[in-house]
Design a protein around this ligand. Structure first.
Ligand SMILES: [Zn+2]
Length: 153
């Protein structure tokens, strides 16, 4: 695999082990040219999925992009990165086994919100404020109401 830092073609695998939930293999790699280290993941992909955006444009489903959007929402919240990985994998599997070749970005956003509501209320509000765009004050009240319900149950 090519080095992301210097572009050298040859990198060595230093360590290879399954992630905690056994859904992926994590490999620590080292570049023979610049000695930079980085990690790659080998994951199961059952099939390719297409995401349909709000404006109708289509793009291939990108699991890493999904994981990054969740990481942004949980920033500084002291949440185990493996839990983010598990959420991303669970959503990917749900899409792959839905029987549909396409999913809307709204449907995926709802799945993330569902998962974050259980994971962390702050991350939930952060994700929702970006994703739902909080056009109206009532949107925010509705969210807070959902969180209160979740905390009571
Ligand atoms: Zn390099």
């Amino acid at each position: 695999m090519r080095c992301p830092f210097c572009g050298h073609e040859e990198t060595q695998v230093k360590d290879s082990r399954p992630t905690e939930d056994n859904s992926a293999i994590r490999r620590r790699r080292s570049c023979a040219a610049c000695a930079s280290r980085f990690t790659t993941f080998e994951r199961v992909q059952i099939r390719d999925m297409i995401v349909v955006k709000r404006d109708g444009r289509k793009a291939p489903f990108d699991r890493d992009k999904l994981a990054r959007s969740i990481q942004v929402a949980v920033r500084k919240r002291d949440i185990d990165p493996e839990r983010i990985e598990r959420i991303a994998t669970a959503i990917q599997r749900r899409l792959e086994t839905s029987g549909e070749a396409e999913a809307t970005s709204d449907a995926i956003g709802d799945m993330v919100m569902e998962a974050l509501l259980e994971l962390d209320p702050v991350a939930y509000i952060r994700f929702a404020s970006v994703y739902k765009n909080f056009r109206e004050a009532t949107d925010f009240e509705e969210l807070v109401g959902k969180i209160s319900e979740q905390l009571r149950s």
